[in-house]
Design a protein around this ligand. Structure first.
Ligand code: ZN
Length: 281
């Protein structure tokens, strides 16, 4: 912790959810990818690991596969975050919820700071018109959105992901700050171009830029070169997917730390970009 080059680290991609839901998610990931998870899922023990790694704030991301469950989950996450001095709670919604706009508005009223959608798991795309009422709320509150919008690690056959769906969302909501998780993998070049061309497009490094990305998702983080990270340091933010990673937390950032990045770029990636994404903090 003392050796970490940046103060006030933000982990922009953490999952904080009730134990039963986390167990179901892990079982699905285990079945699909053969991964095993050793990290704790209760908030106190998770935060002990994050604190030991110098993480001052983390974005707590929920998602639900079924309609009708988002409101209760949002309430749980917001309550858990209220008892924490590190968690920044996000809300989720399902396109097939009765009233997606109200689900999101209620969550924001209760303290949620942004919206998270796990599109391939939830089974709809970012530009699904049923989500418009939810996005209207997001836009009105100047809140950010995190989207699992890419095809990695096992969604290349999903009709709900990919750069075209993301661009369609972007065309409708150019003023909303939106993060493509996992660097947009496996279409990293296309998502990097979008981030280069749009101040409101962010990328998180989660999983894709880990030192074990080749092993676990068949992606070589070195294909995103130093110049790109430096040029886009105000658009790229560090995230981990903790605690749902089948490897130690340190793997998530040791590759980034091994890069020849100037300290200002490191401060952006590990702290300042996430704070801008969140809307000042
Ligand atoms: Zn995640």
């Amino acid at each position: 912790m003392t050796e970490f080059p940046v103060e006030g680290v933000v982990d922009a991609h953490v999952h904080l959810m009730p134990g039963r839901l986390m167990a179901a998610i892990r079982e699905a990931l285990g079945d699909a990818a053969g991964w095993e998870f050793d990290h704790p899922t209760d908030r106190e023990r998770m935060e002990a690991t994050l604190a030991a790694a110098g993480v001052e704030r983390y974005v707590a991301l929920p998602y639900v596969a079924r309609p009708g469950a988002a409101a209760d989950l949002n309430e749980w996450v917001i309550e858990a975050a209220a008892a924490s001095d590190r968690a920044v709670p996000f809300a989720t919604v399902h396109a097939a919820d009765d009233d997606p706009g109200t689900v999101v508005a209620d969550a924001f009223d209760a303290g949620a700071r942004g919206l998270k959608l796990q599109l391939p798991v939830q089974g709809f795309s970012a530009d699904d018109p049923r989500l418009d009422p939810a996005y209207e709320v997001v836009a009105a509150r100047d809140a950010p959105v995190v989207l699992h919008a890419g095809t990695a690690p096992m969604f290349e056959d999903s009709p709900h992901v990919g750069v075209e769906r993301f661009e369609s969302f972007l065309a409708s909501y150019p003023d909303v700050r939106v993060c493509a998780a996992h660097m947009g993998a496996y279409e990293v070049d296309a998502f990097v171009d979008l981030a280069r061309d749009n101040d409101n497009v962010f990328l998180d490094t989660t999983f894709a830029m880990s030192s074990v990305a080749e092993t676990y998702m068949d992606f070589d983080p070195a294909t995103v070169d130093d110049d790109t990270l430096i040029e886009l340091s105000e658009s790229v933010m560090y995230g981990s997917d903790y605690p749902n990673i089948p490897y130690p937390y340190a793997r998530e950032r040791e590759h980034l730390l091994s890069r020849d990045l100037p300290i200002e770029a490191q401060r952006d990636v590990f702290s300042r970009t996430a704070r801008r994404f969140l809307g000042g903090d």
